[in-house]
Design a binder for this molecule. Structure first.
Ligand code: GRG
Length: 308
C-alpha cells in the first residue's frame, strides 16, 4: 500500500497530526472497501475488481469526503458508503485510463495494470461493474441520512463522471495528445474535468450528506476546485521529477506522449508557485469553519508537498 509514512510533509497546522490522521483514515477506508466488494461469482470479474480496488493508493478521495462530512457535523458512518463509492469510481477510471486504447500503461499503484493481468475484455468489464456498483452502494448502504440528500449525492456524482466531468476531460485529453499548441484554457478544461470533477464531488457530497447550507456548499466547491487543479499541477511535476518506484506507474509519460503540461508551459518552479497559490485560496474558503477545518486544511497542504 502507498501509505502515509512515505511523506516528506509536515502540515501547515502544527497542532494537527496529519500523518497519523492519514494512516488511521487509510486503514478505515481499506477495511470498508474490502467489505464493500467481496469475492463472488463469476470469480474472474470479482477478482479483477478487487485486484485494482485493493492495490493501495493514497485514498485521498474517500478521506476528503469523510473529513468534509465531519467538519459539518456529520459522522464517518453517514458518509462511508459515499466515500467508498468515490474510491471505487476513481479506481474504475484508472483501469480504463490504463487501457491500450487510452494511456496504454503497464503499471499502476506499483503493480501490473488490470488489463495486463486479466486481459482487456475483463478490465473493461471490471471498470463497468465498479461504476455500476458505486451507485448501488450509495443507494443501498447509506444510513441515517435523509433520502433527499442521498438523491442529491447520486445526481452530483453521476454528473461528475459523465461527459461534463471525467469522461469529457478524458476526451479532450486524448484529442490533445501530440499537439504542441494546446492552450492554457484547454489544459485547465482537461484537468478541472478529468481530475477536478471527482475531487469536487468528494468534498461537496461529504457536505451534502451532513446537510450543509447552499452557501457552505459553494465554499466547499471552490475549495475543492482549487485543490483539484493544484493536485494536477503537482501530478504533472511529479511525472517529470519522481521515479517509477515513487509513482507506482511509468514516469515521464507526458513527455513521451508529447503532452502540453503545466510545467511545460510555466516551468517547474512557477508551476509549484501556482499550485501553492491555489492551495492558499482553497484554505481561505474554509476560514468560517474555524478549528473544525483543520483536517481539510492539512489535506490541502498535503497535496502540494506529496512526493508520489
Ligand atoms: C468515470 C465513467 C467514467 C469514466 C472514466 C478514463 C476516464 C473516464 C477518465 C480518466 C480519469 C483519470 C485517470 C484522471 C487522473 C486522475 C489522477 C490525478 C490520478 C492519480 O490519483 P492519485 O494520485 O492516485 O490520488 P492513487 O493511486 O493514490 O489513488
Amino acid at each position: 500500500m502507498v501509505a502515509a509514512d512515505n511523506l516528506k510533509i509536515t502540515s501547515e497546522s502544527p497542532t494537527f497530526e496529519l500523518i497519523s490522521y492519514l494512516k488511521e483514515r487509510q486503514k478505515l477506508c481499506e477495511k470498508a472497501l474490502d467489505i464493500a466488494v467481496p469475492l463472488g461469482y463469476p470469480d474472474k470479474i470479482y477478482e479483477s475488481m478487487r485486484y485494482s480496488l485493493l492495490a493501495g493508493g493514497k485514498r485521498i478521495r474517500p478521506i476528503l469526503c469523510l473529513a468534509t462530512c465531519e467538519m459539518l457535523g456529520g459522522s464517518v458512518d453517514m458518509a462511508m458508503p459515499t466515500a467508498c463509492a468515490m474510491e471505487i469510481i476513481h479506481t474504475m477510471s484508472l483501469i480504463h485510463d490504463d487501457l491500450p486504447a487510452m494511456d496504454n500503461d503497464d503499471y499502476r499503484r506499483g503493480k501490473l495494470t488490470n488489463h495486463k493481468v486479466y486481459g482487456e475484455n475483463i478490465a473493461i468489464l471490471a471498470g463497468d461493474a465498479l461504476l455500476a456498483f458505486a451507485f448501488e452502494h450509495i443507494a443501498a448502504k447509506t444510513q441515517q441520512v435523509p433520502a433527499e440528500r442521498v438523491l442529491k449525492v447520486v445526481a452530483h456524482l453521476a454528473k461528475a463522471c459523465g461527459a461534463d466531468g471525467l469522461v469529457g476531460g478524458q476526451v479532450v485529453d486524448l484529442e490533445s495528445e501530440g499537439k504542441t499548441d494546446t492552450s492554457l484554457e484547454t489544459l485547465d478544461y482537461i484537468h478541472t474535468h478529468k481530475t477536478g470533477a471527482l475531487l469536487e464531488a468528494c468534498v461537496v457530497c461529504g457536505g451534502v450528506i451532513a446537510g450543509a447550507s447552499p452557501e457552505n456548499l459553494q465554499r466547499l466547491s471552490t475549495y475543492a476546485k482549487n485543490i483539484g487543479l493544484a493536485f494536477q499541477i503537482i501530478d504533472d511535476i511529479l511525472d517529470i521529477t519522481a521515479t517509477q518506484e515513487q509513482l507506482g506507474k511509468t514516469a515521464g509519460k507526458d513527455l513521451q506522449a508529447q503532452k502540453v503540461t503545466y510545467p511545460s508551459l510555466w516551468g517547474i518552479e512557477e508551476s509549484q508557485k501556482q499550485a501553492q497559490k491555489l492551495i492558499d485560496a482553497a484554505c481561505e474558503e474554509l476560514a468560517p469553519f474555524g478549528e473544525a477545518a483543520k483536517p481539510l486544511i492539512a489535506l490541502a497542504h498535503f497535496i502540494t508537498s506529496r512526493n508520489h
